[in-house]
Write a protein that binds this ligand. Structure first.
Ligand SMILES: [Zn+2]
Length: 87
């Protein structure tokens, strides 16, 4: 589920840095790093009703970047209404 259907983007590892103290430019003695722990960065996945290359319409998990660049073809609700009206 935590993977983009079109580009395969998945959670990446990074560091979470805990700091305390007041920054020097704010008049303090400087920031101190009090801890570093591993964390995961998740892609911005959205569940989208899309038309697959095979023509099948399904709900898939796609990242926001793929939606914005138009790498997924969204299923048109209007088109489906026309199909049901003609039947
Ligand atoms: Zn993607």
């Amino acid at each position: 589920m935590q993977i983009c259907h079109t580009c395969g983007k998945k959670p990446r590892l990074g560091n979470s840095i805990a700091r305390r103290g007041l920054a020097k430019k704010k008049g303090g003695v400087g920031k101190k790093i009090t801890g570093i722990t591993r964390r995961r960065y998740f892609p911005n996945l959205q569940r989208v009703k899309a038309e697959l290359p095979s023509g099948q319409i399904r709900r898939i998990w796609v990242c926001a970047a793929c939606i914005q660049t138009g790498r997924v073809k969204k299923a048109s609700p209007r088109l489906r209404n026309q199909e049901t009206a003609s039947v």
